[in-house]
Write a protein that binds this ligand. Structure first.
Ligand code: ZN
Ligand code: ZN
Length: 114
């Protein structure tokens, strides 16, 4: 395990690994359902739930995501409006883009074809 030392001041983030197993399961469920719903109100509710479960206090209307880094097991949960994030894959049929957290994007940015 490497020592976590953010290269720049990060906005509010949470560590998935530090959440209890029940909270992790509920958070995963909320994020998965948010990813699959076509109802915007339901999406907002699920995002609100995921934000609270992660212990984050984000402005209303913000989305949370779990780091989707393909190179390490990261588990950072962050505000998708935070600076320095990098898209791993473009959202297709899903609501949520796959994002690397700012630290991963800094240390080992995901390779893009284009
Ligand atoms: Zn990360
Ligand atoms: Zn990473």
């Amino acid at each position: 395990m490497s020592v976590i030392s953010p290269a720049r001041p990060t906005s509010q983030t949470a560590d998935y690994a530090k959440l209890g197993p029940l909270t992790q399961a509920l958070l995963d469920q909320a994020l998965t359902e948010a990813d699959n719903t076509v109802d915007n109100r339901e999406f907002r509710t699920l995002m609100e739930i995921a934000t609270r479960l992660a212990g984050l206090d984000l402005p209303k209307g913000h989305d949370v995501a779990k780091c989707a880094c393909p190179y390490c097991v990261c588990g950072v949960i962050f505000d998708t409006a935070a600076p320095g994030l990098r898209e791993v894959e473009h959202p297709g049929e899903y609501n949520l883009p796959l994002l690397q957290c700012a630290r991963c994007a800094d240390e080992h940015p995901a390779f893009h074809e284009d």
